[in-house]
Ligand binder design. Structure first.
Ligand code: PBG
Length: 320
């Protein structure tokens, strides 16, 4: 075996997996009502952007060859139904209009489609009197959010709430609203994960009453169920499917790759990023090397694209 490992050019020639800036999607946060970007303690190097700093960061990523971003909003006010998510003046819609104006056609603008950043109870949907998330009432809200995002200039919407039927409902709303050509990136197999902790700091979300998302996100013990989730989203009209988180679910990514011909995305989530940063800051691991190893593993498992807070720094390394 060692004959083909003798020197770097040879290893490069026989490498089975490739990672390029083209494979990366950068998650970005935009916060309403701030004048300067705000650091996020548990996500070192990531900030809550102002609309202006968001545009500069998008330009920087574009110049590094990163083709896409996914946008999350942090509103000033939250309410029971997450009104800000579908308000034409809501922070994500305002930011999308600016991005579309300044970078339209140059970068793929993806809008995360969910309610949790906008609800005062922190759930991804509408909560009924008993405190349970009402699936179908939530679907109506998702349809309104999809239309608001598409109108504001989202090239693609990415529903992340794990309601049953969300892809079909959103497809129907987009088609009916004159946006038949806008694709859906479905968070298809999204697990109820402790690795989302830093993200909830980034978007100021606390789930009311110490609750969790186990009533709608998937149980991490289940791989076959993940495939069922993905196949349902494909049948409902998803254009791309996502597995999330990534590293703890490489088996799921590999299985989805085998079963589906659509592009497969994987989300290397906030906790995965923070673990690298924290250990690297202690000098316990080589951060950039681990970042490359993690993302390469996600590609090797079968993902075509990776959503990652490492997008900018990886693109810098990959561009050499
Ligand atoms: C829900 C959403 C979450 C993430 C992306 N979309 C959080 C959650 O489900 O609680 C997590 C992303 C990350 O951890 O990086 N809108």
């Amino acid at each position: 075996m060692r004959r083909l490992r003798a020197h770097p050019r040879l290893r490069q020639m026989v490498a089975e997996t490739d990672l390029s800036p083209d494979d990366l999607i950068a998650p970005l946060f935009v916060r309403e009502g701030i004048d300067t970007p705000q650091p996020i303690g548990s996500l070192p190097g990531v900030v809550q952007h102002t609309v202006d700093s968001l545009v500069s960061e998008a330009r920087r990523l574009h110049s590094l060859g990163v083709p896409a971003l996914v946008l999350f909003g942090v509103p000033v006010a939250k309410d029971a139904i997450g009104s800000g998510a579908s308000d034409p003046q809501g922070i994500v819609q305002v930011a999308l209009r600016r991005l579309a104006e300044e970078l339209g056609g140059q970068m793929v603008l993806i809008a995360d489609l969910c309610l949790d950043e906008y609800t005062d109870h922190g759930h991804c949907g509408i909560v009924d009197r008993r405190g349970a998330v009402d699936n179908d009432a939530t679907l109506e809200r998702y349809q309104a959010v999809a239309l608001a995002q598409a109108e504001a200039g989202a090239d693609m919407v990415a529903p992340s709430g794990m309601m049953d039927g969300q892809v079909a409902a959103i497809r129907q709303a987009l088609d009916g609203g004159g946006f038949a050509s806008r694709p859906i990136l479905a968070y298809a197999a999204k697990f109820a994960s402790a690795l989302y902790g830093p993200f909830r700091d980034a978007v100021d979300v606390t789930i009311a009453g110490g609750g969790d998302r186990c009533g709608y996100q998937q149980d991490h013990r289940n791989r076959r169920e993940a495939v069922r989730e993905v196949l349902l989203d494909v049948a409902e009209g998803a254009d791309m499917v996502m597995v999330k988180p990534a590293l703890a679910y490489l088996d799921v990514i590999a299985e989805v790759r085998r079963r589906v011909d659509l592009p497969v995305a994987a989300y290397h989530v906030s906790g995965e990023y923070s673990m690298i940063k924290a250990a690297a800051a202690q000098g316990w691991i080589d951060g950039p090397a681990v970042a490359l190893e993690h993302t390469m593993a996600i590609k090797r498992a079968g993902a075509d694209v990776i959503l990652t807070y490492l997008a900018g720094e990886l693109a810098e390394v990959l561009n050499g």
